[in-house]
Design a protein around this ligand. Structure first.
Ligand code: HEC
Length: 148
């Protein structure tokens, strides 16, 4: 009895974790939301780096942690069949060149994790340098994989 129950629980868990999205539109909305949050945090960090806003290492670091986590979220939403159509700026190249796309996505995730780590350590110059490296990822991916 216990085994059967365990089996059915595991089955349910598997189908739930396969995708949290009911429709392709949900996946599109989800990944756009993640990028919107990434951009809001990144924009604030850029203001500090450019000196338009007072440098605050702790606030900067908090945003870097946020983006590091957020950068892990879009990928599964691009995997949803049909999400290449509709209200999306994603280029078809994402799916025809999935390996190229995920290489860029993974590099972004790694650079953001590095930035999060460096910023926690508290060295302002090293943090700004890591930000410069991380910032290149946005344009690099958008020029190949996102319509303007
Ligand atoms: C690996 C590729 C990749 C990287 C790296 C990336 N983006 Fe994007 N971004 C996309 C794609 C693809 C879309 C289009 C998603 C859609 O419309 O379905 C997008 C959409 C967006 C949007 C629009 C969201 C909306 O509501 O339509 C913003 C803003 C954005 N990205 C900002 C950024 C910023 C800022 C960075 C860097 C800190 C970044 N992105 C890094 C691929 C990327």
């Amino acid at each position: 009895m216990k085994k059967v129950l365990l089996g059915s629980v595991m089955l349910v868990a598997t189908s739930v974790s396969a995708t949290p999205f009911e429709k392709p539109e949900d996946a599109i909305h989800y990944r756009q939301s993640a990028f919107t949050m990434i951009a809001a945090n990144f924009g604030d960090m850029a203001e500090m780096v450019k000196g338009r806003k007072d440098w605050d290492q702790a606030a900067f670091s908090q945003r870097a942690q946020f983006i590091s986590q957020l950068s892990l979220m879009p990928e599964e939403a691009f995997e949803v069949p049909g999400s290449d159509q509709g209200d999306t700026k994603a280029k078809p190249e994402i799916w025809t060149d999935w390996d190229g796309f995920t290489v860029k996505l993974n590099k972004f995730q790694i650079d953001m994790a590095k930035l999060a780590k460096v910023s926690v350590e508290g060295d302002e110059r090293a943090t700004k340098r890591a930000f410069g490296v991380a910032a290149k990822n946005c344009k690099s991916c958008h020029s190949d994989y996102k319509f303007r």
